[in-house]
Write a protein that binds this ligand. Structure first.
Ligand code: PLP
Length: 423
């Protein structure tokens, strides 16, 4: 059974809201998604019934710790991590990356090299640049092609050498939507002896994630991009997390995840993340049957989560196809990203464009007046916008769909852009 979008939308109270008689069209999903009732219920229930600090010998604290453990396990299931101890929660991806980059820096020395990319969000660029400044590391840049919107892996080959100690790459771009071949990049970097740090913030809401199949060393994502509350999650290989020095207070645990989860965490945020994963697992169980065979090696929630993401990916291809075809038909409009209808497997439904004669902010503002929510500018993907030569032109308009969006919403957005173009 394919996704039942009506049933899915009923889980999200925000999707039913209207303003002055106009339904909201949420196409700002790469910046943050709406939450299903499972998230709201989990968070409310946590705060009413189990609100307590960690490690106490009384009912609320014991219950709270059980919920946190379950949230870690559910995240391990989403990412196919070998164990829940490899899952570290934090404020957001940026904060986790700034923190762990300091720890990784303890293993690096002046003259070592790191590979960064022109396709990454600044959260997977500047923490490493700052580290390079602090330690005297050399930064090597991996470009992407302005024609294919992909990395040239031959270029990666030329960058790699035994001096490269880490490559930081994105799984999917928040600006141009490309899904990168992280497995191949990882294998190449590992052959050269480098660690691989993957920013999966924009891929986790759209495709199955399997850290063991990718073989990477670290992978980061954000729950608020996959229908949860504002939380970040870092996965790392156990042996690395065990060995890495942590910037922590003395009474905190000396082993993962506790050694990296500094201070008191957002317990309600972790409970809400568990709610988001329960919601996704429901999709996998109720609507992802045709994908179960592909994930036969998994059982229970892990299988359901992966089947859900496979079903979501299939459905979202129909949204991408409609959106791309509709936008391409508008005179003067240029899509900056993979646009071939046969290539939809290699992009997420995040489609960015510019339109001759219109500033991106002007288009976003006018769509906003129609209650159609899209983003404009650089969305912190400053390297991407620079590479596309759009930094002084206001960047791009970004239309970012998620699995709860309908074809009708896509049509409404396309028609609204077309109407602007005619004015
Ligand atoms: C690709 C990508 N990486 C990292 C981030 C930063 O995530 P966070 O807000 O959790 O720090 C974002 C946020 O938009 C993103 O799109």
């Amino acid at each position: 059974m394919p996704l039942d979008i009506n049933q899915i939308r009923q889980q999200f109270p925000a999707l039913a809201l209207e303003d002055r008689g106009r339904p909201r069209v949420y196409l700002d999903n790469p910046a943050g998604t709406q939450v299903p009732r499972q998230v709201i219920e989990r968070m409310t229930r946590y705060l009413v019934h189990s609100n307590a600090n960690h490690g106490g010998h009384f009912r609320t604290s014991v219950e709270s710790d059980q919920i946190l453990a379950e949230a870690h396990q559910a995240m391990a299931d989403l990412l196919n991590a070998p164990s829940a101890e490899e899952i570290i929660f934090g404020l957001n991806m940026t904060t986790l990356t700034l923190a762990i980059s300091r720890s990784i820096g303890r293993w690096l020395k002046p003259g070592d090299q790191v590979i960064l990319t022109r396709m990454d969000h600044d959260a997977n660029v500047n923490p490493w640049r700052l580290l390079a400044d602090d330690l005297g590391l050399e930064v090597k840049w991996l470009n992407f092609s302005r024609e294919t919107y992909r990395y040239d892996l031959k270029e990666l080959e030329t960058l790699l050498s035994p001096k490269v100690r880490l490559a930081a790459v994105n799984y999917a771009s928040n600006a141009i939507g490309t899904i990168n071949d992280v497995k191949t990049i990882n294998d190449m970097a590992h052959q050269a002896g480098a660690l691989v740090y993957v920013d999966a913030v924009q891929s986790t809401p759209h495709i199955p994630t399997d850290v063991q199949a990718l073989g990477c060393d670290f992978l980061v994502c954000s729950a608020y991009k996959f229908f949860g509350p504002h939380q970040g999650i870092l996965w790392g290989k156990r042996e690395l997390l065990e060995k890495l020095p942590a910037y922590k207070v003395r009474p905190a645990e000396d082993y993962p995840p506790g050694k990296f989860e500094t201070g008191t965490q957002s317990h309600e945020g972790q409970a809400g993340t568990l709610g988001a994963l329960e919601y996704l697992a429901w999709i996998g169980e109720a609507m992802g049957q045709e994908h179960h065979a592909r994930f036969a090696r998994f059982t229970g929630r892990r299988k359901h989560l992966h089947a859900a993401m496979a079903a979501i990916k299939e459905y979202e291809k129909t949204l991408s196809a409609r959106l791309i075809a509709g936008l391409q038909a508008i005179p003067g409009l240029a899509i900056h990203g993979v646009a071939g209808l046969h290539e939809l497997d290699t992009r997420v439904p995040t489609v960015s464009f510019t339109m001759e004669g219109f500033h991106p902010a002007e288009i976003a503002r006018r769509l906003g007046e129609e209650n159609i929510f899209v983003w404009d500018g650089h969305y912190y993907a400053v390297e991407v916008i620079e590479r596309l030569g759009l930094s002084d032109k206001g960047g791009m308009v970004r239309v970012g769909a998620a699995h709860y969006n309908t074809i009708e919403e896509i049509d409404r957005a396309v028609e609204a852009v077309a109407a602007i173009s005619r004015q």
